[in-house]
Design a protein around this ligand. Structure first.
Ligand code: PMV
Length: 304
């Protein structure tokens, strides 16, 4: 058994398909080059020890307990996390879950394959967020830009190239559980309306898959704008996010939209490189903070 190991998993940004993916439709997600790392050591003690800073301890405990029960592991561990993801809605819960399970897999020679890692991590996440689609888990495992099928949970790798995206943080922390519940309430009251929206979103996602493969950024931007209109109809945008999105498009972005649950966190704007400064300024003028991240290129969970 190794002495100490560190495992890192990347954060993510949803490119298209949020909310619809909860109902079994597809989405497209990219990894970002901000990571969450878990360092582990086996200790001779009656208890586990977690040094987790701002990371959500519930998720790490759930991951350890789940692996321990399933694989009958008695050894205790010290786990220490460092996170570049916390606070921006970049997927820290998924990243800490995936990194912790991967670390235990390496320590105790469990032999998990990608699919096993997904299933186990997804089981853990659903203990806290029963409606979660698992797209963020898939992104933390595989990295790059992937097409994620919300029904089968199958992943298709679309690209490992950086995407020219500007990320604007709204300064407000989104409450994913609350936003998912809001859409679920609408779905119960008006299933015909939501079904039409979800189907339209899934068509955009399928067209976006081709646009990414063909590097047709103009088309991808247009599809992002259409996705944003549908998210507004679902009621998950906000005046602040609307303003940030509008400012980016007016300043020349190919397209812009919220990324993730909505209500807060980040917007993404697809741009041509020459327009970068102008669009960043426009977003800053609305009160947004620019996050400088490489999107789409980072690899998935790995030993570091
Ligand atoms: O929590 P976020 O910001 O990564 O966004 C969640 C995306 C949803 O589609 C709304 C929920 C899900 O689990 O897919």
């Amino acid at each position: 058994m190794m002495d100490k190991i560190t495992v890192s998993a990347p954060g993510k940004l949803m490119l298209l398909g949020e909310h619809a993916v909860v109902y079994g439709y597809p989405c497209i997600v990219s990894a970002v080059d901000n990571y969450l790392s878990v360092k582990g050591e086996v200790i001779d003690s009656a208890y586990d020890q977690y040094n987790i800073g701002e990371t959500n301890d519930d998720f790490i405990e759930t991951a350890v307990d789940t692996v321990r029960k399933k694989y009958h592991i008695d050894n205790k561990v010290i786990l220490t996390t460092t996170s570049e993801l916390t606070g921006y809605g970049l997927g820290s819960s998924a990243a800490v879950t995936v990194a912790t399970i991967k670390l235990l897999d390496e320590f105790f020679d469990i032999g998990l394959r990608g699919e096993d890692l997904f299933n186990l991590s997804y089981k853990c996440i659903r203990k806290h967020q029963p409606l979660a689609s698992g797209y963020d888990i898939a992104s933390a495992i595989y990295g790059g830009t992937i097409y994620f099928d919300g029904r089968t949970k199958k992943v298709k790798r679309l690209s490992d190239q950086s995407l020219k995206l500007i990320i604007g943080f709204s300064g407000i922390k989104a409450d994913t559980v609350d936003m998912v519940r809001k859409v679920s309430d609408l779905n119960e009251k008006n299933p015909d309306i939501t079904k039409n929206i979800f189907i339209s979103i899934s068509t955009l996602v399928k067209n976006a898959e081709a646009a990414i493969i063909n590097k047709d950024w103009k088309l991808l931007g247009k599809l992002m704008n259409q996705n944003q209109e549908l998210l507004v109809k679902l009621g998950v945008s906000s005046p602040k996010l609307d303003e940030m999105v509008k400012s980016a498009v007016t300043a020349g972005a190919y397209g812009a939209k919220i990324s993730g649950a909505g209500g807060g966190d980040c917007i993404i704007a697809l741009i041509e490189k020459s327009q970068k400064e102008k669009i960043e300024k426009a977003i800053i003028n609305t009160g947004g903070e620019i996050l400088h991240l490489d999107v789409g290129n980072p690899m998935g969970v790995c030993l570091s």
